[in-house]
Design a protein around this ligand. Structure first.
Ligand SMILES: [Zn+2]
Length: 316
């Protein structure tokens, strides 16, 4: 028979076990809540432009860059200081260098960089506001414009060229007519890609090579072959999105950034609805608080066709 001391010990043990169980249940509930809220955005992220099945199909049978595996293992380090403001020598448009196209879902975790990318641009005031914010803040980003929305991009061309010369912006190709590559086939896709390249060259005096963002995130083997043949050897997908192919609230967009912004992330955004462009200064402040540095896809993955100009000190 247990003595009083033994009974007391048992009672204490029971209380402590009950507490542990309660704590575990609460933690599990919280984890479920977090997972659920993540799933909502993740589902939309994969939808991209609300073509879920196609995106999934796109993921089959392609070589995905493995440079991002560090995403899972990357240690949290102090944010490396921003590189000194560089000036890029734009010069003549570099010749196309055909090659094998690689697909990137995200970049390496080292350096705590995040690539913000803006596609389409069917809202002229949104594109103008994004450009203004980048000029004012010095933040880095990547544009994937379609020539069919030239009315939005043309008025910003000079400012965008300035941003590129400052090393702040890279312009990539998103096709002229926003074609669905696997649906239209490699030949039509290739021609549309070239049409957009000609428009980018005419408008900005730049090439979009080697960066391609396939519309709807949809591609197949033929798409990659056509892209590679046209010098588009870096196919930029995304690891997170603010899901702004539809109209979203600013708080929705900021919430998505909180979920998806992490070292090496590529974030899909659009110049299509005002909230994204209005939210941009707050997105940049949020990234600063998260100790993440917004960069271009060229800074994240390499492959820029533009050479940094020699620093003034080394010029004789
Ligand atoms: Zn698009």
């Amino acid at each position: 028979m247990a003595g009083f001391g033994e009974q007391e010990r048992r009672a204490r043990r029971d209380v402590s076990r009950r507490r542990t169980r309660r704590r575990r249940r609460a933690t599990a509930a919280l984890a479920l809540l977090v997972a659920l809220s993540g799933t909502i955005v993740a589902t939309e992220a994969r939808g991209g432009h609300a073509r879920r099945s196609r995106s999934r199909r796109a993921a089959v049978g392609v070589s995905v860059s493995r440079s991002g595996t560090a995403l899972l293992t990357g240690r949290t380090r102090a944010l490396s200081p921003p590189p000194p403001r560089q000036v890029v020598r734009l010069g003549a448009i570099p010749a196309s260098r055909p090659g094998r196209a690689s697909v990137f879902l995200h970049g390496p975790a080292r350096g705590r960089m995040v690539a913000l990318t803006f596609d389409d641009g069917f809202c002229p005031s949104c594109v103008a506001r994004i450009v203004r914010t980048l000029l004012r803040t010095g933040a880095h980003a990547t544009f994937f414009p379609n020539g069919r929305y030239a009315a939005s991009w043309d008025p910003q061309a000079a400012k965008i060229r300035t941003l590129v010369a400052r090393g702040q912006v890279i312009v990539g190709n998103h096709t002229f007519h926003h074609v669905d590559a696997p649906v239209v086939g490699a030949a039509v896709f290739g021609a549309d890609l070239q049409e957009n390249e000609r428009w980018i060259e005419r408008t900005f005096g730049l090439t979009g090579r080697p960066f391609l963002r396939p519309p709807y995130g949809a591609y197949d083997g033929g798409t990659l072959a056509a892209a590679g043949a046209a010098g588009y050897t870096r196919v930029i997908m995304w690891s997170g999105t603010v899901a702004d192919s539809s109209l979203r609230t600013i708080s929705y967009i900021l919430h998505a950034i909180r979920i998806w912004a992490r070292p090496g992330a590529i974030i899909l955004m659009h110049g299509n609805y005002p909230p994204t462009s209005i939210a941009l200064p707050r997105i940049l402040a949020l990234l600063r608080r998260m100790r993440l540095r917004p960069v271009t896809v060229a800074e994240l993955l390499g492959g820029s066709p533009y050479r940094p100009a020699k620093p003034a000190s080394s010029v004789p």
